[in-house]
Structures are given as structure tokens and as C-alpha cells.
Design a protein around this ligand. Structure first.
Ligand SMILES: Cc1cc2nc3c(=O)[nH]c(=O)nc-3n(C[C@H](O)[C@H](O)[C@H](O)COP(=O)(O)OP(=O)(O)OC[C@H]3O[C@@H](n4cnc5c(N)ncnc54)[C@H](O)[C@@H]3O)c2cc1C
Length: 224
């Protein structure tokens, strides 16, 4: 094992939806995390060692051990997605480092967090610990694709807008979900608002383009 790498034990593993798994690990030494950062995991399968980045959903340090939570989308033909089937509670995992510059700006300006699907991970962490005026826009297709609703609701003073673009929402109270696709360019924000986006490159680029056309200047994004 290379010196300096972070060893950890898996302490929880559960499915959040049909294809998103939540992994909770506990390191043996304290790890400092700035909300928005990611961990570089190193793993080995029958071919050779390989590495993957995963954003940290939340963290907590107690007694010099740090608990880190990750949410990971399982891909049918993904290499890590296949390897994760061999990771169980009690398994040991290795992280090379915790890193990332996609973090909340240290300002008092209003913040808007926009994500779809698995882009939730860094933004949920940022939204939880940010103390300015904050809004969230989260979009998935169906109610079954929705996860972390409980975590979203627990974030203090967060104005949360949850879109279910293809679900029939007539059976739900009117304040819970918004139908159809998220149209961020129809919303009105303070001109100094900071926007934080995370998800697939094509989706992020489309939203950045719409916001830029509306003359918003403070747009920060992570694509994966
Ligand atoms: C900073 C950062 C943070 C991230 N955070 C998260 C996170 O919080 N949650 C999360 O789920 N993901 C996250 N990711 C993405 C993650 O690192 C992995 O890329 C993702 O999980 C896929 O890994 P995999 O090994 O399962 O799939 P891979 O084996 O890497 O495959 C990925 C895709 O490429 C295709 N592919 C593989 N090999 C080939 C080939 N030879 N030819 C053509 N296509 C091929 C596969 O079909 C698959 O669709 C993050 C990425 C970055 C950069």
C-alpha cells in the first residue's frame, strides 16, 4: 500500500433507487473535507488497479475518524459499477485523496443549486452548510427516481423546488412537486445570484448557456 493513502471501512451500503447506491465509509484517521469536494477511490478488479472520483454527500468526524457518504449511479457496463457488487459492509476501501475546487464561494450573495439525478452529491453537501439565502432546483423523471428528499427537507432555510417531469402528480399535495421539465430561464433571480450546477456535460452546458444569455455572471459547475 502506498504511504499516505487513506484507508477506510464500509459501514453502510444501501440502494436509494433501482440504480443508485449509497455507500458510507469510515476512515481510520481524520479527513478534512470542504463541501463540494470529491474522493479519488482506487480499486482493483481482475484486470488491473483503476481509479474513480466520487463526490461527497456528507461528512462527519468523531473521535478522529471521518464518516463519508457517497451516492453512486450503477451503470450496466461500468467497471466500478460491476466491482461495487464485491464491496460489502466491513469491506476495506482505499482513497488516494480528497480534492476539488468546485466549492461554495465565500460571499453573502444568494445561491441557487441546480441538479438532476446523481449531480445531487456535491450540491446537497454545499447547500447544507451554506448560510446565505439559498434555493434548490432538483429534477428527475419519476417519483421512483427521486432520492434524498428527506435530506433536502432537513436543510435549514432552503427553498426547494422538486420537479417530476414525467410523473402524474395529481395525487400529491400541490406544494410537494412541480410537473414538467425544469425551465430555469423562466425563473427570476437576483442579478448577483451565484449558480452551482452538477451533472452530465450536455445538461450543464445547456443550463449555463441559458443563464449566460440572461446575463448572470456567477455560474460554477462540475460535469461528470
Ligand atoms: C469530480 C467527479 C466526481 C464524480 N462524482 C460522482 C458521484 O458522486 N456519483 C457518481 O455516480 N459518479 C460520479 N462521478 C463519475 C464516476 O467517477 C465514474 O465515471 C462513473 O461512476 C462511471 O464509472 P464506472 O467504472 O462504473 O464506469 P466506466 O467503466 O468508467 O464506464 C463509463 C461509461 O463508459 C462506457 N465505456 C466504458 N468502456 C468503454 C469503451 N471501451 N468504449 C466505449 N464506451 C465505454 C460504459 O458503457 C459506461 O457507460 C464523478 C466524476 C468526477 C470526475
Amino acid at each position: 500500500m502506498t504511504e499516505g493513502w487513506i484507508k477506510a471501512k464500509v459501514i453502510n451500503r444501501k440502494m436509494l433507487t433501482d440504480n443508485i447506491i449509497e455507500l458510507t465509509i469510515e476512515t481510520y484517521t481524520e479527513v478534512k473535507v470542504v463541501p463540494g469536494q470529491w474522493a479519488l477511490f482506487t480499486f482493483e478488479d481482475e484486470q488491473w488497479p483503476f481509479q474513480r472520483c466520487y463526490s461527497i454527500v456528507d461528512q462527519d468526524t468523531d473521535n478522529e475518524r471521518t464518516m463519508l457518504i457517497f451516492s453512486i449511479k450503477l451503470l450496466d457496463d461500468g467497471r466500478w459499477s460491476a466491482s461495487i457488487k464485491n464491496i460489502h459492509i466491513g469491506s476495506e476501501v482505499t482513497i488516494k485523496w480528497v480534492f476539488g475546487t468546485f466549492v461554495v464561494q465565500n460571499t453573502q450573495l444568494p445561491k441557487v443549486f441546480i441538479w438532476t439525478g446523481i449531480g445531487v452529491a456535491p450540491l446537497l453537501n454545499m447547500a447544507k452548510y451554506c448560510t446565505t439565502k439559498k434555493q434548490l432546483f432538483f429534477s428527475v423523471s419519476y417519483k421512483n427516481d427521486l432520492f434524498y428528499e428527506d435530506r433536502i427537507k432537513k436543510i435549514h432555510d432552503l427553498d426547494a423546488n422538486i420537479y417530476l417531469s414525467r410523473e402524474d402528480i395529481s395525487g400529491y399535495p400541490s406544494w410537494t412537486y412541480i410537473p414538467w421539465r425544469m425551465d430555469i430561464d423562466k425563473e427570476h433571480f437576483d442579478p448577483d445570484t451565484e449558480f452551482y450546477l452538477c451533472w452530465k456535460p450536455e445538461i450543464v452546458e445547456d443550463i449555463v448557456w441559458k443563464l449566460t444569455l440572461l446575463w448572470y455572471k456567477r455560474i460554477y459547475s462540475e460535469k461528470y
